[in-house]
Design a protein around this ligand. Structure first.
Ligand SMILES: [Zn+2]
Length: 464
């Protein structure tokens, strides 16, 4: 009996140390980069071992369990098994599943953005539940959808409202806005001051932005056309501002769209590779160009209002926004060791690690209490969960790692780039003492200077 128990627990341990290769779904939305320029096309083609079409747009690679783009086990069986159904049959791989259900709490993606995505926001949990109840056809689940984009290449986005001071300057220099919202309402903005309460500032911004977004199509087309010809004329005698150049570019992509003018209200964010932006509930945003990895809660709830041929829900969007003003925070990651940076957004569902491993080096991802997904974006190496040989991994490989699996990654002939997403470590509160110990050890190892020949375990050198 005891022997049987022991074998069972050994089996379970073995099962828990799982690292499964996945075949992932691709989305060819029309804003994607054409195959020849798209990281999504290159990675998905390597992932599925099938060629890509150089002229077709490749927008998103989905890694996870969402029904609209499921990942499959890379097994030799004739029947494809989705990761979702496999997890549902093997729920122990989720570890301390405090988020409930038999599913991953996050969805991991790669995005190749060729032209702007819609101006959008994602509802909080309460609003998502309400929208889903009212319009289940439009809002397909009752979950919120916090997101984080981590730039692979130079990446641009519109995100959050500019400050009121900046908006006043915009109203002075962009007469087309007054044309749409009326002089009286534009004056409302111009008369505000920093002494006004936050509530007043937000309600003035909400009033003006709602008027702008609700203008009828004819007036929008007229205002956008005037804006375009004015800027073309002015560009002959002065250098256009970056925002003006962006607006002209958006006009080419979405002629006569209110989003072209709405862009003046939003912060223009430019990320370098390795920088990240997180988007909380009810914050307006639009990705503009570049490539990134993106992680989000498993949901597809999007409220759109501009730069889109899809359905717009202007009233819902304008009433849900927080109208917070000012530039959003850019995350640059916390170095866990010389090769791995961790990006921790203020949401429970996920975090992302970015690993750049030089040729012939090894790094250890310690066991964590939740599941992870790994994506190799460059190079070749091995991933080892304790067996003598380990799995060979190359560019385009996506792997699911069960909870409580320690993974040793070694690069081979070239350097290796990979990303890991997992449940936000802050979610596992009981690990706080372990985190504190690791932070202390990391500080000690920084004080002593890193030894690049060593194997690092999140800042813990062997024997330290
Ligand atoms: Zn979004």
């Amino acid at each position: 009996m005891e022997k049987k128990e022991a074998t069972k627990s050994q089996q379970q341990q073995q099962q828990q140390k799982l690292l499964l290769k996945l075949r992932c779904s691709v989305q060819n939305y029309d804003w994607g980069l054409p195959g020849r320029d798209s990281t999504v096309a290159r990675l998905s083609s390597l992932n599925s071992n099938s060629p890509f079409d150089p002229d077709k747009p490749y927008a998103e690679l989905w890694m996870g369990t969402h029904d609209s783009g499921p990942s499959f086990l890379h097994a030799s069986q004739s029947v494809a098994i989705t990761l979702k159904s496999w997890i549902s049959n093997n729920p122990h791989v989720l570890g301390h599943n405090k988020w409930g259900g038999r599913d991953l709490p996050f969805l991991f993606k790669v995005l190749s953005v060729g032209k702007a995505l819609s101006i959008q926001a994602h509802p909080d949990k309460e609003l998502a539940t309400r929208l889903h109840k009212l319009h289940p056809d439009l809002y397909k689940d009752g979950n919120h959808k916090p997101e984080m984009a981590l730039a692979i290449t130079h990446f641009e986005a519109l995100c959050g409202f500019i400050t009121l001071k900046e908006l006043k300057a915009v109203l002075h220099t962009v007469p087309e806005i007054e044309q749409l919202v009326g002089a009286k309402n534009a004056n409302l903005v111009l008369q505000t001051s920093d002494q006004d309460s936050e509530e007043t500032l937000k309600s003035v911004l909400q009033a003006v932005f709602t008027l702008l977004m609700s203008a009828n199509n004819e007036r929008i087309a007229d205002a956008v056309n005037r804006l375009k010809s004015r800027l073309h004329k002015e560009s002959e005698v002065r250098q256009l501002t970056e925002k003006e150049q962006l607006v002209l570019q958006l006009e080419k992509q979405y002629p006569a769209d209110i989003g072209v003018i709405a862009a003046f209200f939003l912060n223009h964010m430019k990320l370098n590779p390795g920088e990240a932006l997180f988007l909380g509930a009810n914050e307006p945003h639009a990705y503009l160009s570049g490539e990134c990895v993106e992680c989000m809660a498993t949901s597809d709830n999007v409220v759109r209002a501009g730069l889109t041929p899809k359905l717009r829900d202007v009233q819902t969007l304008c009433s849900m926004l927080t109208y917070k003003q000012g530039s959003p925070e850019i995350l640059r990651g916390i170095p866990l060791n010389p090769y791995v940076n961790r990006y921790i957004p203020p949401f429970e569902e996920f975090e992302i690690d970015r690993c750049v491993l030089p040729q012939g080096e090894t790094v250890v991802f310690p066991a964590v209490p939740g599941p992870s997904i790994f994506l190799i974006t460059f190079g070749e190496g091995t991933m080892n969960t304790g067996s003598p040989k380990g799995q060979v991994v190359t560019e385009g490989d996506v792997l699911f790692a069960a909870a409580n699996t320690e993974i040793k990654v070694t690069s081979s002939a070239s350097k290796l780039h990979l990303y890991r997403t997992g449940v936000n470590s802050r979610f596992f509160q009981f690990d706080n003492t372990i985190i504190a110990e690791r932070v202390l050890a990391l500080r000690h190892s920084i004080e002593r200077g890193f030894n690049h020949q060593s194997v690092f375990i999140f800042g813990l050198k062997p024997n330290s």
